[in-house]
Structure formats: C-alpha cells, structure tokens
Design a protein around this ligand. Structure first.
Ligand code: ATP
Length: 676
C-alpha cells in the first residue's frame, strides 16, 4: 500500500529545520560583535589583516596570525574563533565613511609610531542562496499552507463527501434515484402496509395523470407524511415509490440541511426545490424530517435554534408560499410526528398523513416471507409460529431476526436454518446474550426461580394479563431470569388492564417476600415499570377518581423540566393515588401467591431442573389460564349470539318483512374498573 501523505510530516520537517537552524546559530566560536572603537583599537595595535565588507555594511575582520593568542586574556575576545571571521561589525552602510575612518585609524597608529601594515579591504555582495530565500519567505509559506489546509477541510465538511466544496455549501445534496438500478426496491419488497401502499400509489397517480384530476377541478396534493415507529418501513416504502413511479425521485435526509454556517439550511431548501422544479413532475423525499421540522419555540432568541427555524420557514414557504411548486410532491418520513410544527402539518402542505404502524401477526408473517426468501430454510419451519412469537417487532427487527438466525445456524454447523435457530435469535434480540457462566449461588438461583414463577402464576390467574409463553432462569444480558409473554395487540386499555398488569409485574417481588422472606434488588425493573404505569394512569389517563379526568400529558414534548403543570397539592394527590394503585396491585398479587404457594414451589422445582419451561408445563400444574378461560367463554357467547341471530333472521324471512334490524353492540364494560 502506498503510504499516504500526511500534513503532520510537513509540520515536523519545518519544526526540525527551524530548531536546527537556531541551534547552529548559537554554536561555539561565533565572531565577536564589535563597534568602531574596537576596530580603531585593533587597527591601532596592528592586529587586523583584512576586512571583508559584505553588502556595504556587514564587515568581517580577519586578524593576523598570533593575534588570537595575544588577545585571549582580554574578556571581550575570550570566545573569539581561532580562524575565519573573528570580529564582525556594522559599518552603517556608508562605504565612503568606512574607508575614511579606516584610513584615519591607520594614520593615527603610524603617527603614534606603530609599524602597521595597510589593512586589506575587500568589498563583496552576497548572492542569496535558496535557503536564504526560503527563510525569508518561510512565514508566508506557513501562513498560506495553513490557510489552504483550513479551506480544504471546510470545503470537505461542507461537501459532505458529495464533492461539494466551499462554493457549493448552499446546494442541496439530494440524490436522484435511478429507475433502472439493479438493486431497486419495488412494492414486492415491502410486506404488509397495504393501506399505506394504496395511499402512496394514489399520490404517484396524481403526478402521472395530473390532467385527469385537474379536469375535475381537483388540486393535486402537495405532500404526504409517513409517520410511525422506527424500523416500520417508511424509508423502504419511499424507496419502493422511487422504484415503481415513473417520475423523477429526489431523496434527501433532514439532517442534510443542517450545517454549521448560518443560512445554509434555508439556501439548501431553496436549492432542493429549484432542482425539483426543473425535473417536475417529480417526488421529493425528505427522510427524518423532524431534524428540521420541529415546532418553532416562542423564545427562540435564547435557545439558539434560529438557524433551524430559518430552514423550517423556508420549507414552509417552498411548500405553500407565494410561488407555487406545480408538480412537485413532497414525501417525508418521521417517527416523531408529535413534535413537528403545526404549520408544516396543515392541509396545503402535508395534506395526508400516512400511518405506518407496527405490523400485526399477519403482516409480520408477510415480512418474514420477504426476508426468508434469501435464506436456505428447513422445510418444517412454521412461519405463522414465528410471526406469533414476535409481537411488537417492527420490520427492521424481523429482518434482524432472520439474519441473526442464519448466523446462529452457521455457528451451529446446520445445513439449513431451523426453527430453533429462529427462536434463539428472537431470545437473543429481546433478552441479550446468554450468560451461562455467570456465577450464581444455589440460593440465588432458587430466588430467581421463585421470582419468575411468581410473575408467571399471577399472570396465569389474571384474565387481563398477557398469556405466558415461557419462563427461564438462564441469565441473559442484565437479567438473571425472565418470564416471556405474548403481549396482546390491544389498542385501548382500561384501568383494570393496568392494575392486572401491575399485579403481574410486582408478583416476582411478592413471591420472594412471601415464600423466601427476602427482598432483593432483582425487582428493580419490575418496580420501575409498575410505578411508571401507575403514574401514567393517574397523571395522563385520568384514571384516578380523586385527581379526576385531567391529563398532564404533553404531546408536543415542549414542556420544560422545571415547571410542573400542577400545584403542590395536586402533586401530593397524584403521589397518594399512585401509592394506592400500586398497593392495590400488590394486594392482588399477594392473594394469588398465598393461594398458589404449593404450586409455585412445585413449578420452581421444575424450573430449577429444566432451566426453561413452557406454557404447557405451567398448565400441567395450574390448569387452564384465566386468559384461556375468558377466550373460551367469549367464543361460547358469540356462538349463542350467532344462533339467536340466525333464529331472528329466519323469523323475519317468515314474516316477509323488509324491516332492517340493527344490533347495538355495547361498548366495552367498565364495571370492574377499580378507579371508578
Ligand atoms: P426509521 O424511522 O428508524 O428511519 P424506517 O421506518 O424508515 O425507520 P426502514 O429504514 O424503512 O425503517 O426499514 C428498515 C429495514 O427494515 C428495511 O431495510 C427492511 O429490511 C426492514 N423492513 C421494515 N419494514 C418492512 C416491511 N414492511 N417489509 C419488508 N421489510 C421491512
């Protein structure tokens, strides 16, 4: 490999030259600095053999043989060199005066009876060597080098690899997608997200057949915002649009507008839209728009966010300002839609907001299908099972599971990727790395087993808890053991759900206390989650009768940390209610643990022996779970309802009546709501 030129070497060389030169100058035997008095004296004594005058003023005196010996006791000539120029002095530049003064000194000496020989004088002019020039110009060279260095690095930063340069700092670095690229993404690569796909294709259609819409007087939408949690496929969807739409597609990230120079963001926005207008009709995609689209503050003068606000203002103007951007549709993606500026979100700018949520079980299976295409799989692999095992996973997590499973299979020397590899990958992604060699005493292992079985048992007995899947005491990541459950994909929770969930969470601590009489640090995470849940119930969801139907939630995320939106009295009330709710959950857990004492001991023994147990093992000891019983009851009730409906229908048909019957479905009952 060719060694790369590094500026450090250049600086090191310069430093060595400067230091070396200054040392050389200071070396021993430097000629003595003299003046006219000294010259007069030396000439009068007859010591001077010749004088060389360089450039009219630098005179170097060479003494006669033996003069060095004679003068060595004189303090002034102690360090004088033995040969070469021994005394130097400045003539003042006037050659005439120099000659006269020297002649006068010689004449005086002769008058005094000294037998002095005439001093030989040689006038000379130095030719400058390259070194002299170099040292003369060195400071300038250094200044210019530093300047070039700074300018180049500034240009590099501003260009961001895009080959920018300082002059191009205000240019937007949008990438134009190549429709014919080999690696292009199509809608086939995006699993699920059906509604989002339809909406987005509609937008592409507006562009392609604008006349059809305009003929009816419809205005073409200006933009659509893809909003949703990280990794749900927003960028992928946009890439697919680029691949499928037959219009130019410019993509840029929100952070590309951010630069250390003032005014650059706004100028880049302007430039982006100028580029877009040139190729219109086209789509502009801004990823992570929250980087610039954050709500503008009221006191921005103090927050130092002026630059970002200027950028946002420019974006607002470009999207719906005085000049129209005909034929430019802006797509943007964010996972912080709540913090975006209201003006950005209004109709006329981002007319449509497309929700890209976490996938449900069916969509997860479809995403698995997409990512499993590239893997060599075991025939027995159950994709539906995998989809069920991964609730709450985003598309990116599923892609990660597939890759991790393939890595695990390779490590285990499997010929194909098996179901067990996938399960190990899921465990690893959720729980972290297995730490089988972690030192644990038998007592600690038993306490962990009781703790986990405590969770599982209480969750098994409460119908609003999530179904338990498996329990393990193999340490992973930072946890000593874990109870895995399948979170129900429920969008609306009532107070009872929360209290049951909290009871399930505190159950580990309760079981340890009641069965072993110990209170350990292992419950930290459980307690943290319980407390947060209780605070959310009281302060956000208005689920406490004492505090009332008030929410202190701030969706904009703009509240500062120091001011509470409630009084000290309310704060005390909130604390009191949180305590009551947690106590309620603990009481429920205590009841169940007390009743199931023997079963918990039995299950803990099984767990200690097997290290990981599954829902079937729990069912063998505890019988059917409360969730299972509730599900069966619901199914039975639905079956009865269906038969009643069938009977009614038959009756109506008999009567030949055209009357339509409406079934009123009661809203979810809140009878058991503990806070009411
Ligand atoms: P972020 O908000 O963090 O930028 P995002 O929503 O833009 O996330 P993407 O970058 O689109 O997420 O997705 C990351 C990866 O996840 C994709 O490259 C793809 O492999 C996978 N993925 C996500 N959703 C899907 C999906 N619906 N179908 C197939 N793969 C998906």
């Amino acid at each position: 490999m060719r060694p790369r030129f590094n500026f450090m070497w250049f600086w090191a060389f310069v430093a060595v030259v400067i230091i070396g030169y200054s040392f050389m100058g200071d070396s021993e035997g430097r000629p003595v600095d003299g003046d006219w008095n000294m010259v007069d004296e030396l000439v009068a004594e007859g010591y001077v053999e010749r004088i060389e005058v360089k450039d009219k003023e630098k005179a170097s005196i060479y003494l006669r043989e033996g003069a060095h010996e004679e003068l060595k006791d004189d303090e002034r000539f102690k360090h004088m060199p033995k040969t070469g120029a021994q005394v130097v002095f400045n003539t003042g530049g006037d050659v005439q005066y120099f000659a006269e003064r020297l002649a006068a000194a010689e004449a005086r000496a002769r008058e005094a009876g000294e037998d002095v020989e005439a001093v030989v004088v040689k006038y000379d002019r130095t030719e400058k060597g390259w070194m002299d020039y170099m040292f003369e110009f060195l400071p300038w060279i250094l200044i210019i080098a530093v300047w070039i260095f700074i300018m180049r690095s500034m240009a590099r930063n501003a260009g961001g690899g895009g080959g920018g340069g300082i002059m191009n700092v205000g240019k937007a670095r949008a990438q134009m997608s190549d429709k014919n690229a080999k690696q292009r993404v199509t809608f086939k690569d995006v699993a699920g997200l059906e509604e989002a796909k339809v909406e987005i294709m509609e937008i592409v259609d507006f562009l392609k057949h604008a006349d059809k819409y305009k003929a009816l007087g419809a205005k073409i939408p200006k933009g659509a915002l893809l909003a949703g949690p990280p990794g749900t496929g927003k960028t992928l969807l946009a890439k697919a649009v680029a691949g499928e739409a037959n219009v130019p597609f410019l993509s840029i990230s929100g952070s590309d507008f951010v630069e250390m120079f003032v005014g650059v963001g706004a100028s880049r926005v302007r430039d982006l839209f100028e580029q877009a207008k040139k190729v219109a009709p086209c789509i502009v995609f801004i990823d992570e728009i929250d980087a610039i689209g954050r709500a503008r503050g009221k006191n921005s003068g103090f927050s130092g966010n002026d630059e970002r606000e200027n950028t946002l203002n420019q974006l607002l103007t470009e999207m719906d300002g005085f000049q129209t951007n005909a034929g430019v549709i802006v797509l943007a993606a964010t996972n912080r839609v709540d913090i975006l500026d209201k003006a950005l979100m209004r109709a006329g700018r981002f007319d449509r907001q497309i929700e890209v949520g976490l996938p449900d079980a069916k969509e997860r299976k479809a995403i698995f299908d997409v990512h499993l295409r590239k893997l060599k799989l075991d025939d027995k692999l159950d994709r539906e099972f995998l989809a069920k095992q991964t609730p709450g996973f985003a598309g990116a997590d599923i892609a990660n599971v597939c890759n991790e499973a393939a890595l695990i299979a390779a490590r285990n020397n499997h010929n194909v990727v098996e179901q067990s590899d996938f399960l190990a990958a899921i465990d690893r992604i959720v729980g972290g790395l297995e730490r089988r060699n972690m030192p644990m005493t038998p007592a600690e292992r038993r306490a962990t087993a009781i703790h986990e079985i405590g969770h599982a048992t209480v969750m098994w007995r409460l119908k609003n808890c999530d179904p338990v899947l498996k329990i393990t005491i193999i340490p992973r990541g930072r946890s000593l053991g874990a109870t895995w459950y399948l979170p129900e994909e429920r969008v609306n929770h009532n107070a009872e759900h929360f209290v049951h969930k909290m009871a399930g969470l505190v159950a580990g601590r309760v079981a340890e206390q009641q069965l072993l009489g110990i209170t350990s640090t292992g419950a930290l995470n459980d307690l943290e989650r319980t407390s947060k849940m209780a605070y959310a119930m009281v302060a956000y969801y208005g689920m406490s009768p004492k505090v009332g139907n008030i929410s202190f939630y701030d969706a904009s995320g703009q509240r500062d940390m120091f001011t509470k939106p409630f009084s000290e009295r309310t704060a005390e009330l909130i604390d009191e209610e949180v305590r009551r709710l947690v106590d309620e959950a603990v009481a429920i857990a205590r009841d169940i643990v007390e009743t199931e004492r023997v079963n918990i001991e039995r299950l803990a023994e099984v767990l200690l022996e097997k290290e990981t147990i599954f829902s079937e093992d729990v069912e063998a000891v505890l019988g059917k779970s409360a969730q299972q019983i509730a599900k069966e009851a619901l199914e039975a009730a639905t079956a009865v309802e269906a038969t009643d409906e069938a009977k009614d229908k038959a009756k109506n048909e008999d009567n030949g009546s055209d009357e339509v019957t409406y079934t009123v479905v009661p809203a979810e009952s809140n009878d058991n709501d503990k806070t009411e």
